[in-house]
Design a binder for this molecule. Structure first.
Ligand code: ADP
Ligand code: MG
Length: 238
C-alpha cells in the first residue's frame, strides 16, 4: 500500500512562503508527476512528504495515517535525487545495502535484496565497483537500486534524469516505467522534461509559486488547460 494524502500543507522559510496550501491525493500505485518552474516549491514538497523537512502547517497521511511526527526512515518512502548522493568510498553493493544495514537487517537478507535489485537494474557486473568507476547512468541506477532494496511503498524522484545525456535519459525513463509496472509501487516524480511528464504520468500536478495550478491526466491537461500558465507549460515544447 502506498496512498498519500496532502492536506493544506504550508511551508515557510523565514518570511518566505514557499508552499501556500497544497492539497493532493495520490492513489496506491499511481505515477504522479510534479512540474512547474524552478523555485516553485517542487523539491520542498517532496522533502516535506519524505519528512526531511517539517511543514509549517498541514498534514501528510500515508495509507490514511498521519505521519507528521514519523521520522523519514519509518515512513516507507525512498527518495532518489538528481545528484545520486552515493558514497564514493563504498562499492555499488555496499551503497545499495547501506540503508538495510543501518536498519539492522541480517547480512544474508541484505545480499538477497541487493541481488534482486541489481539484476532488475542490470548492475550485476558492477557490484564490486566504486561509483567513480561507473557512468552517470549506471550511478543513477545504483541510486534507484538503493531505493528499491528498501521495498518502499512510495518512491519520490527529484529530477532523477536531468544529469544524464539524451540517450541515457530515454533508457532510464523506460526503466523507471518498467519498475513502476513491476513493483506496483506509488511513484511521485519531479521533472522539467515534458516528454517524461507526458509518457510516465497517470496524473500531472502543475505547481506555480507554491500552489497547485491544475491536476489531471496528461491528456486532460493537454486538451483542457484551465489557465494560461498550464497551457504554456504543457502545451508548448520548452
Ligand atoms: P523547485 O524544486 O521547484 O525548483 P525548491 O522547492 O527547491 O523549488 O525551492 C522553492 C523556494 O524555496 C526557493 O525560493 C528556494 O530558494 C527556497 N528554499 C528551499 N529550501 C530552502 C531552505 N532550506 N532555506 C531557505 N529557502 C529555501
Ligand atoms: Mg527542485
Amino acid at each position: 500500500m502506498g496512498s498519500l494524502k496532502i492536506e493544506n500543507i504550508r511551508k515557510s522559510f523565514g518570511h518566505v512562503d514557499v508552499l501556500k496550501g497544497i492539497d493532493l491525493e495520490v492513489k496506491d500505485g499511481e505515477f504522479v508527476i510534479f512540474v512547474g518552474p524552478s523555485g516553485c516549491g517542487k523539491s520542498t514538497l517532496l522533502r516535506v512528504i519524505a519528512g526531511l523537512e517539517d511543514a509549517t502547517s498541514g498534514d501528510i497521511l500515508i495509507d490514511g495515517k498521519k505521519v507528521n511526527n514519523t521520522p523519514p526512515a519509518k515512513r516507507g518512502i525512498a527518495m532518489v535525487f538528481q545528484t545520486y548522493a552515493l558514497y564514493p568510498h563504498l562499492s555499488v553493493r555496499d551503497n545499495m545495502g547501506l540503508g538495510l544495514k543501518q536498519a539492522g537487517k541480517p547480512a544474508d537478507e541484505i545480499k538477497e535484496r541487493t541481488g534482486i535489485a541489481s539484476s532488475m537494474l542490470s548492475l550485476d557486473e558492477y557490484l564490486e565497483r566504486r561509483p567513480a568507476e561507473l557512468s552517470g547512468g549506471q550511478r543513477q541506477r545504483v541510486a534507484i537500486g538503493r531505493a528499491i532494496v528498501r521495498e518502499p511503498q512510495l518512491f519520490l524522484f527529484d529530477e532523477p534524469l536531468s544529469n544524464l545525456d539524451a540517450a541515457l535519459r530515454v533508457n532510464t525513463r523506460l526503466e523507471i516505467a518498467r519498475l513502476h509496472r513491476q513493483l506496483k509501487a506509488t511513484m511521485i516524480y519531479v521533472t522539467h522534461d515534458q516528454v517524461e511528464a507526458m509518457t510516465l504520468a497517470d496524473k500531472i500536478v502543475v505547481l506555480n509559486k507554491g500552489k497547485i495550478e491544475q491536476v489531471g491526466s496528461p491528456m486532460e491537461l493537454y486538451n483542457a488547460p484551465q489557465t494560461i500558465f498550464v497551457a504554456g507549460f504543457i502545451g508548448s515544447p520548452q
